[in-house]
Design a binder for this molecule. Structure first.
Ligand code: NOJ
Length: 538
C-alpha cells in the first residue's frame, strides 16, 4: 500500500492496513527487505543495514510501525540478507579500492584463471558469477546479480559485523528474521567448476555454495552469540535441501534455526533445462509433501507455503484461474493449511490474486527477467515468444504486481503511477469485493486460520497420506490421540470419487470446512466436484 502517491508501497501504507492483516488472523508479519538499497534486486541488495530505503520511509516510520504491530498483538520478522550486500555498501566500496584495503577480505576476490573467470559457475540471475574489476584487475564473486557481491564468511570480522546487525534489530524489538539464502554463506574454498549440462552456458554453482563445509558452524555461532539471547523466531531460505539436510538446520537440539523454506515443491512443475512448465504430476506433489511431513515429524518443524515474492501465483500455477478460480484457490489453501507446520500467506494470496501477462518485456521489472533474456534469447537464440511464455509461467513479477485493494484506480494501491503495472483483473479480484462476502476466498482463509487456532489436531496431529497413487485426489489424515481429521482435495476439474478407507469408521465424522459448503452425511463414498475439498473431523 502506497501512502504518499509516489507509486511505491511504503511503511506508512503497511500501518494503514494493519487492521486488515490482524482481522485476517495473522500472528506474524514477514517483511521483505526494507533497508537502504539501490534496488537492483528489489531490496535484496543492501547498501546500509541500519537504514530504511528512502522510498519506504524513515526509521521513525519503522519504529511507529513496530509499535502498531505489537499493539495489535502481532509480531514482526525482518529479512536478513547477509549472503551478499549491494556493491554500493561502504564495505564493498572500500574493498574494491585496493588489494590491501582493510575491507578487501570482506568479499571473495580471485585472480583470473588462464585469462578467464576463476571457474565456470553461472549466477542465479544469468551470466557468470564472476565480475572483473578494473581497479585491481581481479574478479569478485556474486551468486546473484553483479551488484550483489558475496560476503566472505570465512572472515571472522564479517561474521562479527553480521552479529552486530542482528543484535541491533533485535534490540529495537523485532521478533525474528527470515534469512535470505542462508545456506549459501559457506562456500567450498577450492572453488572448483560445477557440473555443466549440455547446452548450458555455465556450470551449476549449487554443489559448491549450498550447505557448504562451515555452514553449521556459522549458524551455531550466530545462534549462540546473539539469537539465543532473545525470544524470537527464525526461518531460513534454503534451496537444495532434503528433509534429512533440513533436520540439521532445524532439529530440536541443533540450535541453529526454527524453520527452513524448502524448494522441492516449487521445482515440481518447472523444467529448468528447457525453461518450460511441466504439467502437474499430483502423485509427485503428494510424495514431496509427504516426504517433508514425515521427514520432520517430531524432529523439526515445517514451513508451509505455496507463494512468496519469488514464485508464480498458486491459483494460476496448481489451480485453475479461469472457471474454477474461487473453488481451486480455496482447495489449495485447505490442502496446505491442514498440514503440520507454520503456514505462510503471501500478500494477495488470500484473495486469489493470479499471474499476470504483460505483452511488452519492458513492463517487467525483475532483473532476472532481463538477464535471463540476454542469456536465453540473445545468446542461445531461444524464440522470443517461448521466453515470454516462460516468464508468464514463472516470472517473479507474477507475485509482485500491486496488492488489489479495490476496483478503483490502480486497484487502490496508489494515487500515482505504480512502479509496476497492476494486474488488469483488479476490478473483479480485490479485497473490497471479498471482505463482506461470507463465501469469498478471503473469508475462507480467515476460517482456515481460525480452525488452526481452535483445533490442536491441526497443529500437533500426525500426518498420513491416503490414496498414494491416485492421480486426481490428494487426501490425508491427521491424528492426535483418538481424534482424526480427514482432508480430501480434488486437484482437477473432473469429477472424482473418494472411497473411505476400510480402517476408518466413516460414521463418526462431520464437516469441519468445505469449499462447496457441503455437509457430510456419513457417506462411504464421496463424489467430488471440480476442485472440491472437504475436511472431516470426528
Ligand atoms: C532469495 C530472495 O527471495 C530473492 O528475492 C532474491 O533475489 C535472492 N534471494 C537474492 O537475495
Amino acid at each position: 500500500m502506497d501512502s504518499n502517491g509516489d507509486g511505491i508501497g511504503d511503511i506508512n501504507g503497511i500501518v494503514q492496513k494493519l487492521d486488515y492483516i490482524k482481522n485476517l488472523g495473522i500472528d506474524v508479519i514477514w517483511l521483505c527487505p526494507i533497508y537502504k538499497s539501490p534496488n537492483d534486486d528489489n531490496g535484496y541488495d543492501i547498501s546500509d543495514y541500519r537504514q530504511i530505503m528512502d522510498e519506504f520511509g524513515t526509521i521513525e516510520d519503522f519504529d511507529l510501525m513496530l509499535k502498531e504491530i505489537h499493539k495489535r498483538g502481532m509480531k514482526l520478522l525482518m529479512d536478513l540478507v547477509v549472503n551478499h550486500t549491494s556493491d554500493e555498501h561502504q564495505w564493498f566500496i572500500e574493498s574494491r579500492k585496493s588489494k590491501d584495503n582493510i575491507y578487501r577480505d570482506y568479499y571473495i576476490w580471485k585472480e583470473a584463471k588462464d585469462g578467464h573467470e576463476p571457474n565456470n559457475w553461472g549466477a542465479s540471475f544469468g551470466g557468470s558469477t564472476w565480475e572483473f574489476d578494473e581497479e585491481t584487475q581481479m574478479y569478485y564473486l556474486h551468486c546473484f546479480s553483479k551488484k550483489q557481491p558475496d560476503l566472505n564468511w570465512e572472515n571472522p570480522n564479517v561474521r562479527k559485523e553480521v552479529q552486530a546487525i542482528v543484535k541491533w534489530w533485535l534490540d529495537k524489538g523485532i521478533d525474528g528474521f527470515r534469512m535470505d539464502v542462508i545456506n549459501m554463506i559457506s562456500k567450498n574454498q577450492e572453488f572448483p567448476n560445477g557440473p555443466k549440462p549440455e547446452g548450458k552456458l555455465y556450470g551449476d554453482l549449487s554443489p559448491n555454495v549450498m550447505n557448504g563445509p562451515r555452514i553449521h558452524e556459522y549458524l551455531k555461532e550466530l545462534n549462540k552469540n546473539v539469537l539465543s539471547h532473545y525470544d524470537v523466531m527464525t526461518v531460513g531460505e534454503t534451496p537444495n535441501v532434503t528433509p534429512e539436510i533440513a533436520e540439521q538446520y532445524v532439529g530440536e537440539n541443533r540450535e541453529e534455526l526454527n524453520m527452513v523454506f524448502q524448494f522441492e515443491l516449487m521445482d515440481i512443475d518447472r523444467d529448468f533445462e528447457h525453461l518450460t512448465k511441466k504439467p502437474l504430476d499430483l502423485v509427485d506433489l503428494k510424495k514431496t509433501f509427504t516426504k517433508w511431513q514425515k521427514g520432520l515429524e517430531s524432529k523439526g518443524w515445517n514451513s508451509l507455503y505455496w507463494n512468496n515474492h519469488d514464485q508464480p501465483r498458486v491459483v494460476s500455477r496448481f489451480g485453475n484461474d479461469k472457471e474454477y478460480w474461487e473453488k481451486s484457490a480455496k482447495m489449495l489453501a485447505t490442502c496446505l493449511h491442514m498440514q503440520q507446520g507454520t503456514p505462510y500467506i503471501y500478500q494477495g494470496e488470500e484473495i486469489g490474486m493470479t499471474n499476470v501477462k504483460f505483452d511488452n518485456l519492458n513492463d517487467y521489472r525483475d532483473i532476472s527477467v532481463f538477464n535471463g533474456y540476454k542469456d536465453e534469447v540473445l545468446i542461445k537464440k531461444m524464440k522470443h515468444e517461448d521466453y515470454m511464455e516462460y516468464i508468464y509461467n514463472f516470472s517473479r513479477d507474477n507475485a509482485r504486481t500491486p496488492m488489489q485493494w479495490n476496483g478503483e484506480n490502480e486497484a487502490g494501491f496508489t494515487t500515482g503511477t505504480p512502479w509496476i503495472n497492476v494486474n488488469p483483473n483488479y476490478k473483479s479480484i480485490n479485497v473490497e469485493n471479498q471482505i463482506e462476502d461470507d463465501n469469498s476466498i478471503l473469508n475462507y482463509y480467515k476460517k482456515l486460520i481460525q480452525i488452526r487456532k481452535e483445533n490442536d489436531i491441526v497443529v500437533y496431529g500426525n500426518y498420513d497420506l491416503l490414496l498414494e497413487d491416485h492421480q486426481e485426489i490428494y487426501a490425508y489424515t491427521r491424528t492426535l490421540e483418538d481424534k482424526k481429521l480427514i482432508v480430501i482435495c480434488n486437484f482437477t476439474k473432473n469429477e472424482s470419487v473418494f472411497d473411505f478407507p476400510e480402517n476408518i469408521n466413516h460414521l463418526k465424522f462431520k464437516t469441519l470446512i468445505s469449499n462447496y459448503n457441503r455437509e457430510y452425511k456419513s457417506e462411504k463414498q464421496l463424489k467430488l466436484r471440480p476442485y472440491e475439498c472437504i475436511v472431516l473431523i470426528n
